[in-house]
Ligand binder design. Structure first.
Ligand code: PLP
Length: 335
């Protein structure tokens, strides 16, 4: 941290234009390209403002003033993208999980797609509701735009099916604030004239994500995570590990009458597992007991209640085993 490769300075102190830092940045990008098999006609951008900034950045870059964009509503994050998109143009909500209480994803046969949509936006994993696509929408020539903030790098993905993939870093990549965008070349250069320079994908791409000073340390740390992922065996190995983790947890929930998860089996998230206890009054003692065992952050989002276990790439199978053991113990005592 304080002495990078014996140079006597921290990466934090380096100029982002220095040979040392540019090498760090380029290696991080290449490792991410290797991990996701990113085709050559895509740019990988390291931007700022988190995933939420993309909710505005996407229409400013891709939605013509007289155009329309299709959005799929499967929960809180896709709804935020819809609300922000509406500030910039016509948004058609082609499908919503609302009629299913956000417990299932409407199949594509139920979608009301526009004729000439500028793009289709959806969130592959709804972090708060625990609802995840286990399929990729098929919309022909319409660019697919996906918010992969909470499941990127958790399993293999075919990048060539997408026009734009973006992900806030803080779940599976690195420190918060950074957002990674993988943009197909033909989508660059379409921004509206009012699009702020700092939000223009083409300007970011032409400047190697260094139009201004990038989030250098976050980029560096993300690169270390990419190195770690490669050492683990890449996204194929993560898929195996993540499958084992979620199988263990859902099996424990389904085997008990005390814990429940309401999500349709094919839409259950591998990364965020919400569950409820039989009696809400037991939530507090459950959380207190969990914390005493070092099982942290299990309280569900305030909008949903109950519990939520976020089991991102950084969480090992041993942690899920510890949680499942605690759940069984708690049920025995209180069930
Ligand atoms: C966390 C999250 C966001 C918001 O990310 P920020 O970086 O805080 O803006 C957006 N979408 C999804 C799916 C998320 O999980």
């Amino acid at each position: 941290m304080l002495d990078w490769q014996g140079k006597g300075l921290s990466v934090m102190e380096m100029s982002h234009r220095s040979d040392e830092y540019v090498a760090i940045a380029e290696k991080a990008e290449q490792d991410l390209r290797d991990l996701l098999n990113v085709p050559n006609d895509y740019k990988v951008l390291f931007l700022q403002g988190g995933a939420s900034q993309q909710f505005a950045e996407i229409p400013l870059n891709l939605l013509p003033e007289d155009g329309v964009a299709d959005y799929i509503d499967t929960g809180i994050w896709s709804k935020k993208a819809i609300e922000e998109g509406r500030r910039y143009g016509n948004v058609n909500v082609a499908a919503s999980a609302k009629p299913y209480d956000y417990f299932a994803i409407p199949g594509q046969n139920e979608w009301q797609l526009s004729k000439d949509a500028a793009y289709l936006h959806y969130a592959s994993n709804e972090t708060i509701g625990g609802l995840q696509f286990d399929w990729t929408p098929s919309v022909g020539d319409v660019p697919l735009v996906v918010d992969m903030s909470s499941d990127i790098l958790s399993r293999p993905v075919d990048v060539s099916q997408f026009g734009l993939i973006y992900a806030g870093a803080q779940k599976n990549i690195g420190p918060s604030g950074l957002v990674v965008a993988i943009v197909r070349d033909d989508l660059l250069g379409r921004a509206r004239s009012v699009c702020p320079t700092m939000l223009n994908y083409k300007i970011a791409a032409d400047n190697g994500s260094m139009y201004n000073t990038p989030a250098t340390y976050s980029w560096y740390l993300s690169g270390l995570v990419f190195e770690w992922l490669k050492e683990q065996g890449g996204v194929e190995a993560m898929e195996k590990r993540n499958r084992a983790k979620k199988d263990l947890l859902y099996k424990a929930i389904d085997a008990s009458d005390f814990y429940t998860n309401p999500i349709a089996i094919n839409a259950r998230s591998w990364m965020n597992v919400p569950f409820r206890l039989a009696d809400e009054k037991l939530d507090k003692p459950f959380l207190a007991g969990a914390e005493a065992r070092g099982l942290l952050n299990l309280k569900g989002h305030r909008s949903v209640g109950g519990m939520r276990a976020s089991i991102y790439n950084a969480t090992g199978l041993d942690a899920v085993e510890a949680l499942v053991a605690y759940m069984a113990e708690f049920e025995k005592e209180h069930g």
